[in-house]
Design a binder for this molecule. Structure first.
Ligand code: PLP
Length: 381
């Protein structure tokens, strides 16, 4: 039994995107005279941005990424149980988590707060182990991480811990996708100063990483030893940036028309009467709604592809359905509807959909509902 609304995830495209990024890193690193290009730390948090964590992580591991990253311990455990053997970094705070999974499943936690250090040390002591971890520095985003300007107070206990082995130091940029913001540069400089300060405190020969997709595209100085792309792996360039990378979309979202009907001039369609026909119209019903993750802001604003044409979403997006105006087209129940992807000569990207409703493409793909089946194969026709 398969519902008509399906996300087709192209694992080959995602693997190819990671190789395209690695090739770019290798090219630029060689041009800059670096002996070793940065590795790829592939971000597969949030069910691999909605694409399916286990299949995507499996494909990326096979494509040779250096490390994977998850949001929390539970996500990491899911990958290990599915047989993923690559190193897995956990980004999240650990202070209120059950940390046993870190040890039992060989995950690499991030220490980003004093509470996380204490919690991890307690587990290490209880298990009689020295635990590897990455240290996170807050260079100004003011989310997780030890403040960059207070290291003298916080770091001795962390660096000096006999129970933790700091393998890497990292930070995260708050404005890498805001080209007009100079704060991106400030954060990078602070991170450089942090590295020097940590070295002076005795923490040497650690790996460094900082670059999300936007930073990776914007400034080679943010590459350090590893880069941490998420969005680019899924074939989406973070807006408003552009990229010469040859990326393929990681997924397409399709459905089928389940009903077609005529609407008379002056009649409404859908909840709230938010659309009124300004003449005789033909509308088609598509069995996908906000329960499937389609944003209600697509109401009267979204576009889908039917019969190779762009047709507008009319009226409100409901829980399980949306309506589109197919006036003038020869449309029948069973016909394919493309919500994200290609049809004929037309295509709609997650980035375009995000722009249409005033959100970010990360949100579009991460929110694809659990009810939508992910089918793995090529989305190219
Ligand atoms: C999500 C995340 C990334 C990846 O970000 P993209 O913008 O999708 O490339 C990198 N680093 C951290 C810490 C993250 O949370």
């Amino acid at each position: 039994m398969i519902r008509p609304t399906i996300a087709t995830v192209d694992l080959e495209a995602i693997a190819a995107n990671s190789r395209a990024i690695a090739a770019m890193l290798a090219r630029e690193a060689a041009a800059a005279g670096r002996t070793q290009p940065p590795g790829v730390l592939a971000v597969v948090k949030a069910n691999a941005y909605g694409h399916g964590a286990v299949p995507v992580a499996t494909a990326l591991e096979a494509a040779g990424v250096a490390m994977l990253a998850c949001a929390d311990i539970e996500e990491g455990v899911t990958l290990r149980r599915a047989g993923i053997r690559a190193p897995i970094l956990v980004f999240g705070a650990l202070s209120v988590s059950d940390l046993d999974g870190v040890v039992e499943y060989g995950l690499t936690p991030t220490v980003s707060t004093p509470a996380a250090v204490r919690a991890l040390e307690a587990v290490a002591v209880r298990r009689g182990r020295v635990l590897p971890c990455h240290l996170k520095i807050d260079t100004g985003m003011n989310r997780l991480g030890f403040r960059h300007d207070n290291l003298g107070r916080t770091m001795p206990a962390v660096i000096g811990s006999r129970h933790l082995r700091i393998e890497a130091v990292y930070t995260h940029f708050g404005t890498a996708d805001v080209p007009e913001s100079s704060f991106f540069d400030d954060q990078r400089r602070r991170f450089d100063r942090t590295s020097a300060a940590l070295g002076a405190m005795g923490l040497r020969d650690v790996v460094r990483h900082a670059a999300n997709s936007a930073a990776l595209l914007r400034d080679t100085r943010t590459w350090y030893d590893l880069v941490r792309p998420g969005l680019l792996l899924y074939g989406i360039v973070p807006p408003p940036l552009a990229s010469a990378l040859d990326l393929r979309p990681g997924l397409s979202l399709t459905s089928r028309i389940v009903a077609v009907k005529g609407v008379r001039s002056g009649e409404i369609a859908g909840y709230g009467g938010r659309w009124t026909a300004d003449g005789p119209r033909t509308i088609a019903i598509v069995p996908a709604g906000y329960a499937d993750g389609l944003d209600t802001r697509l109401s009267n604003r979204g576009v889908v592809l039917v019969g190779g044409r762009r047709v507008p979403v009319v009226g409100a997006v409901s829980m399980d359905m949306l309506t589109v105006d197919v006036t003038g087209l020869d449309v029948n129940p069973g016909d394919e509807v493309v919500i994200i992807g290609h049809q004929g000569d037309e295509h709609i990207t997650a980035r375009e959909m995000a722009a249409a409703i005033g959100t970010i493409p990360w949100e579009i793909v991460c929110r694809l509902g659990a009810r939508i089946e992910r089918r793995y194969g090529s989305s190219e026709k």
